[in-house]
Design a protein around this ligand. Structure first.
Ligand code: WT7
Length: 650
């Protein structure tokens, strides 16, 4: 460390930290090899990506690495492959056959270990269950499950058949699930009776029942028994997982699919009221997650790798399931909450299982920090050798705490910037090769041509804020918004000519070219690392009969990053109170999910609008944050409303 152990000085002096020597000595990548490979990946993308892709299995070799017909890319055309075959079958024979593929711990403390051979068998058997219920290549399957090995098995089984999975986070409400099932036209829904969360049962099947009543496309629901609570089974439609498995064969070959065959749809929030179905395809996503997992996490056969995300988010897709398994790495999966039965659950599991790589979110790090150093101090964390962060900018204070208290100053931290749309990590440091700069994600990964530009697309000088863009296609990029090519073009490729626009602001550091990602510049919030569209929450509010109009903004929050604050105008001049605020919060939870619940609701008679009728969100953000300097309000239609907006809400 270049500074004394004084956090104040570190926070103010923008220090850099060299990779710990013991790690550097054994690291996969050196500074020189990064530079050389990065240069090649830009100068000769066909050669670079072709070589990486050929490390994996292709049933038919690809003829062309990339074809770019902006904004539509095709990768590995002519080739056929199967990501499940590459992630499972390749490791199920030979040296890894009896090595653990998945080590899982349930919230109540039950455990399960699946070797590669067992995983192979389970995936084949479940693929046969899907086939038995009519699933064919190209069909869409919704997965609404707890964090159990069967969730990964279900995803892999879909991929094995060429069926397209759409995993919906178990925290989303029945209504949100219904919208996603309908948009994708899912034929089968995979779920469980319930999920364990802080000692109680989250009734997943109940939500599925409510959703599916309104989804004529759904033919079958396969239900895993997990929590043992009573559930209703609809005759002819619903089937128990374990019973269905008894009726099928144990072997099911992987279906060769074209490189551009869709692999999954994952819904994410944007700037409209309707979530986008981000579509990823097989070959490019496979190659991107395979390489990033290996290089960014320095993966080895003897690692026990734990990504704490839920499979319902892209992090769970790319860095619990596909990327690590493609590398034959052993993954750890945990079902429940970090503070159950006590706030040291993570440290307890790291000690007991000897986890070596931990990939988590800044919001979690800040919660651990708040709970206190005494909890990790009770445990031996010396098995850890690498730490990762993802989901939102990590503030230097949390970074340093993570580095010292969890990593014992022994473990490099990789702060990885990417998105649902990018499929794989885009900006990061490579552990051991690069120095770290707390608060900065780092450098572009191989093949990533990142830049910070102004509204016209001109690069801004280092040290100046601008828009983060990617200037050429990369293998794991989204291919479109499901069923909506126009929205794909408009959202990502129209703002800056010829560039992918990420929606984030960034600054590049003049000294080392490291990117600092500043956060969203559009109307998208980041609450506890979860992406929420303000418009989506506004439409949820307005769907309540008492609400006439609503405006939602984010307010900086020490733990969550951002908290949701809603300004609400009621119908017929009604006045709001605490009861109605509670009702509206519950309504949002019901429409979207508990993660979208406003932290505060402020009732108002009017919203600040410009004379042209646009809501002044900038002003609302300041008001919500308690900032007294409102800036220029001369364009405001009715300046007298500020008093109402600043009054405390419920
Ligand atoms: C948005 C993407 C990528 C998996 C999890 C979230 C923010 C993500 C970082 C980081 C600063 C980050 C960005 C991005 N973000 N990682 N390391 N530093 N910001 O996926 O839901 O698609 O959200 O998360 O704002 O645009 P997502």
């Amino acid at each position: 460390m270049t500074e004394s152990n004084n956090i104040e000085s570190i926070l103010s002096s923008d220090v850099t930290i060299e990779p710990p020597e013991a790690f550097r000595a054994k690291a996969r990548t050196s500074l020189e090899s990064y530079q050389e490979k990065y240069q090649r990946s830009l100068d000769d993308p066909q050669g670079f990506w072709g070589d990486i892709a050929r490390e994996l299995h292709w049933f038919t070799p690809f003829e062309q690495v990339v074809q770019w017909d902006p904004p539509f890319a095709r990768w590995f055309d002519g080739g056929t492959t199967n990501i499940c075959y590459n992630a499972v079958d390749r490791h199920a024979e030979g040296a890894r056959a009896n090595k653990a593929a998945i080590i899982w711990e349930g919230e109540p403390g039950d455990t399960r270990t699946l070797t590669w051979r067992e995983l192979h068998r389970e995936v084949q058997r479940f693929a046969n269950v899907l086939r038995r219920y009519g699933v064919e290549k190209g069909d869409r399957i919704a997965i609404y499950m707890p964090m159990v090995p069967e969730a990964a098995i279900a995803m892999l089984a879909c991929a094995r058949l060429g069926a397209i999975h759409s995993v919906v986070f178990g925290g989303f409400s029945a209504n949100a699930l219904r919208d996603r099932i309908l948009d994708a036209g899912a034929k089968v829904v995979l779920t469980a009776d319930g999920a364990w969360r802080r000692g109680s049962v989250l009734p997943l099947k109940e939500a599925v029942d409510a959703a599916v009543t309104e989804c004529p496309c759904v033919e079958h629901v396969v239900v895993l028994r997990r929590t043992g609570n009573d559930v209703n089974m609809t005759e002819g439609r619903d089937v128990w997982w374990h019973e269905a498995e008894q009726q099928v064969e144990l072997t099911c070959p992987a279906e060769p699919v074209e490189a551009e065959h869709p692999l999954f749809i994952l819904y994410t929030s944007g700037t409209t009221g309707k979530p986008k179905g981000v579509l990823h395809t097989t070959g490019g996503y496979m190659v991107g997650t395979y390489l990033t997992s290996r290089e960014v996490f320095d993966l080895r056969d003897d690692d026990l790798y734990w990504c704490t995300a839920d499979v319902g988010w892209v992090t769970g897709h790319s860095y619990i399931v596909y990327g690590p398994l493609l590398n034959g790495a052993t993954i750890f999966m945990y079902e429940g909450a970090p503070n159950w039965p006590e706030v040291d659950r993570f440290w307890d599991m790291i000690e007991r299982w000897k986890i070596s790589i931990l990939y988590t979110a800044p919001t979690a790090v800040r919660a651990f920090m708040k709970w206190g150093d005494q909890w990790p101090a009770k445990h031996d964390l010396s098995s850890l050798r690498l730490l990762g962060s993802v989901g939102e900018p990590i503030n230097p204070e949390a970074w340093l705490w993570y580095y010292r208290v969890i990593g014992g100053e022994r473990c490099p931290i990789v702060d990885t910037w990417w998105q649902t749309e990018t499929g794989a990590i885009m900006l990061t440091t490579l552990p051991g090769a690069h120095h770290m700069r707390p608060g900065y994600a780092g450098l572009p990964f191989y093949g990533v041509d990142a830049a910070v530009v102004d509204e016209q697309g001109n690069p801004v000088p280092d040290g100046t804020g601008g828009l983060l863009v990617i200037r050429r296609p990369w293998p794991s990029m989204l291919r479109t918004v499901y069923g909506d090519d126009q929205r794909y073009k408009d959202t990502y490729w129209s703002k800056i000519e010829g560039c992918y626009f990420a929606g984030d602001g960034a600054v590049r550091n003049a000294a080392d070219g490291y990117f600092e990602v500043l956060g969203r510049i559009d109307d998208v919030l980041n609450v506890s690392g979860h992406r929420l569209g303000t418009m989506e929450i506004e439409s949820a509010l307005v769907s309540h009969p008492a609400v006439a109009e609503a405006a939602v903004v984010g307010r900086p929050d020490d733990l969550k990053g951002e908290a949701v604050v809603a300004f609400v105008i009621l119908e017929g001049g009604r006045t709001g109170d605490a009861d109605l605020a509670a009702e509206l919060k519950a309504h949002v939870a019901n429409e979207i999910g508990a993660i979208a619940k406003p932290e505060e609701i402020r009732f108002t008679g009017a919203l600040p609008k410009t004379r042209s009728g646009k809501i002044m969100r900038r002003l609302l953000r300041k008001i919500a944050a308690g900032d007294e300097d409102f800036g220029d309000t001369t364009t405001l239609e009715d300046p007298s409303i500020i008093a109402q907006l600043t009054a405390k809400g419920f």
